[in-house]
Design a protein around this ligand. Structure first.
Ligand SMILES: [Zn+2]
Length: 113
């Protein structure tokens, strides 16, 4: 349990190296790594729990998807950003949702290049 110490080397995702690299623990919070330093480029950052951050493309698609949902679900007065997908429409019976999403995927591919 108390195994983690400053200077320990653990795996994490480095945004500069854009891959999993060895990281030295430089800060510990609640017995878990809080900050780490990439052993390859010496970039300090918060410990990411070995997960890569969403790519710009993914963020863009999520944004587009939100816009589609907002347009299709005819939210009253602009609606609130709950971040929760309406399960009934997501179930697939509503064609109105399926179509624009497919359309967006095409568009996203075009704009990405
Ligand atoms: Zn790095």
């Amino acid at each position: 349990m108390d195994g983690l110490r400053l200077g320990d080397v653990i795996d994490d995702y480095c945004v500069k190296c854009r891959r999993m690299t060895n990281h030295a623990v430089v800060s510990i919070l609640e017995k878990a790594a809080a900050k780490v330093r990439c052993r390859t480029c010496y970039h300090d950052h918060d410990y990411r729990h070995e997960t890569a951050p969403p790519t710009k493309k993914e963020l863009k698609q999520a944004e587009l998807y939100k816009q589609v949902l907002a347009g299709v679900s005819s939210a009253p007065e602009g609606g609130e950003e709950t971040g929760i997908l309406p399960e009934e429409t997501a179930a697939g019976e509503a064609n109105g949702v399926e179509e624009p999403v497919a359309e967006l995927k095409k568009r996203a591919k075009k704009t990405s290049k």
